[in-house]
Write a protein that binds this ligand. Sequence first.
Ligand SMILES: NC(=O)c1ccc[n+]([C@@H]2O[C@H](COP(=O)([O-])OP(=O)(O)OC[C@H]3O[C@@H](n4cnc5c(N)ncnc54)[C@H](OP(=O)(O)O)[C@@H]3O)[C@@H](O)[C@H]2O)c1
Length: 271
Amino acid sequence: MVGNKVALITGVSSGIGRETARLLAERGARVFGTVRDPSRVDPIAKGEFVLMDVTGDTSVKSAVRSVLDKAGKIDILINNAGYSIAGALEETSVEEAHLLFETNFFGVLRVTQAVLPSMRRRGYGRIVNISSMLGVLPGPYRGMYVASKHALEGYTKTLDHEVRGFGIRAMLVEPVYTKTKIANNEKTVEAAIPAYADQRQRVTEIIEKEIAHGDDPGTVAEVVYAAVTAKSPRLHYPVGEGVMLSRLHRFAPERMFDNQFRKRFQLDQTT
Ligand SMILES: NC(=O)c1ccc[n+]([C@@H]2O[C@H](COP(=O)([O-])OP(=O)(O)OC[C@H]3O[C@@H](n4cnc5c(N)ncnc54)[C@H](OP(=O)(O)O)[C@@H]3O)[C@@H](O)[C@H]2O)c1
């Protein structure tokens, strides 16, 4: 139950963040959802907006302070804000990689560090980091996004051990393809290398089709709800097809997984 809980969710203007905010508010939580531009979003059921850009120290600190001033506590933190960049790793500049990590990884670090002192003082907290199946698997032509989600997985696994003694748990929700604005909001590398063009295009078409036919964001929101209300939380919460994929990745022989993976993404078959 989340009836007496206060939740802070980053990135509620669309997609998974928006559906999670709606679900938690409907089930009784007091929800604060962060946005960068309130004029671009529809109101969330019973939720309150907070201005926050996760890439800014001052923005994050003042947003968290305003929630604590209004509600007195934050029981649940859902680090959801994120975006992707399309391009081969060789095509991705250090600047593009740095910007992506500022949101997908350092954004989580910033918000979590701002919230943890109040959770520690109260001896309770649930932190859900929205990772991805790409936090576990490779993802050609989305490699920098993959790297940011793998970093998030390592961070969360360790955080969970460090804060557990204070009554706080950290968890990873790992969606697969989900019908959101992620493809529209995706950036593309500036310095494309022609040698990658055909494969990049093939993979991008597959990803876009999968997202268009992917899970409803409400499905991910239900998994987030299960994670934050679990009596004995697990570290990993794969979503939908991700449950089977993560098992396959763990238990199938490496070469078999590698072959299937290259076939699925129509990558050139080599020795
Ligand atoms: N959709 C999928 O297939 C999928 C699969 C696995 C994991 N995920 C993860 O799920 C999370 C949510 O993505 P989504 O699919 O719901 O995509 P989305 O519809 O594009 O939503 C992304 C949200 O993140 C916010 N955001 C981006 N940069 C931000 C920043 N610097 N500061 C604050 N907010 C920022 C966006 O706000 P603005 O409106 O201000 O840009 C938006 O509300 C992401 O972490 C993504 O990696 C998605």
